[in-house]
Design a protein around this ligand. Sequence first.
Ligand code: GLN
Length: 541
Amino acid sequence: MTKHIFVTGGVVSSLGKGLNSASIGMLLESRGLKVGMQKFDPYVNVDPGTMSPFEHGEVYVTEDGAETDLDLGHYERFTNAEMNKCSNYTTGSIYYSVITKERRGEYLGKTIQVIPHITNEIKAAIRSTLSDDVDVVITEIGGITGDIESHPFVEAIRQFGQEIGRKNVLYIHLTLVPYLRAADEIKTKPTQHSVGMLRQLGIQPDIIICRTEKTLNNDIIDKIALFCNMDRDSIIEEQDVKTIIYEIPLILKDQGLDKIIIDKLHLADDKKIDSTTKYNERIYQWLSMINAFKTPTAEVQIAVVGKYIEHQSSYESIYESLIHGGIANRVKVIVKRIESEDVEKQSAEELLRGCCGILVPGGFGERGIGGKIETVRFARENKIPFFGLCLGLHCAVIEFAINVCGFNNANSTEFDVNTPDPVISLLEEQRHIEFKGGTMRLGAHPCKLMSGTSAYNAYNQELISERHRHRYEFNNEYKDILEEKGLVCSGVSPDGKLVEIVEIKDHPWFVAVQFHPEFKSKPTAPHPLFKEFINAARLIK
Ligand code: GLN
């Protein structure tokens, strides 16, 4: 029978519930268990697809094309679980489904209420992740316990535990145990209140993970255990990691969290699991990855020139993939974040000097495009390794059309519908779409690589598959003329209709892709393009 772990958060947001859930998943996998992962977000949007990166951070895209919360990226980077459309639900998507059923007459005669209709829908969403071979599903509840929006989710997970039996469910609560500098004291009261709130809602946590700046002494742990009605072994301390997020599973393992979970969920009863409390192969692989990160042999500075640069989480997967590329090459990657509008105000030379690799990420809308195009020109002319992602490919093609082919007003129709040379434009089927949510070209699509190119050399295979999230495409009417001038379309869809990757000749490494490779990179399996990009940056240094 599949067991369930529900992860809630208390006191403040941004404590790292996603990273902790992912870390727990990784630890359970290291014991030989098959893990499923899922997140509930209490906001009313149906999915984060229409939200600005300033509001929400990165939108993470799954293989099957769901636009989801960025925590799912952590889940896929830390574990082998594959995320899909059932991996992320929001208040909006739950209500949407209930209201659609109501309109279809499926509840005919009934008054639709939060309890039981919304909570039943949430429980059905939990069940939607189940498959026979999954041993444990970890479900993270976004937001903070006590928030108005999260109440139906907390009530649903309470009911779920009641229904499937308490020994099959584990509630883990992540809280903040703050240190007050002025008083030189660690305070447990916020945790007591937060657990009190959870108990009022009918949930007694089984494990508390305490985020803290300082070591928690025995008195503090005893106090939390006493007032939260728990045994002290179930109080886990998690100090802020100093170097890399991938250390979190090891901090948890050092306190035996995987063993505690296995015992509390009786996981060893039904299944042969790796019973070692010590390190095993998976953990050694993880440790060697962290060791490679901590012992670099060189340093490279990579510029990321984007338009949502002030928010770390807007490009979460890209920053992580750059770290993975660094680990693969044993180099330390120092990211210089540059706002593309600043390239318009200052010179590219001034801002990009000293960088040995330049990455232009994806994005939407016209703001900052001039700066991105100028950035591409700088990388192309100065032969600095360049990596363009999605909108980055659009900018690379526009730049090439203007500065190499002499189409002075070339553009994407996203930015200028009347451009005389629409080198990037909408496909016919996208032209008539009225709605914004979920209507882009989304999810995994195959791509065929041309041998002898940088892309082929990175992947070392002909057919690849990568995840997409965009509306605009390379306009094939310009393909011949751009190719004549030296653009190489090194990756195309298998039917040859869509250009997926472009490169240029006579450049150490210039690759721009229509897809988002950053969604498939893992610390222990770095994406080949990120690996080769960092390698190229290392070589020109
Ligand atoms: N705005 C562009 C499009 O819709 C690029 C999208 C992206 O970079 N993800 O096609």
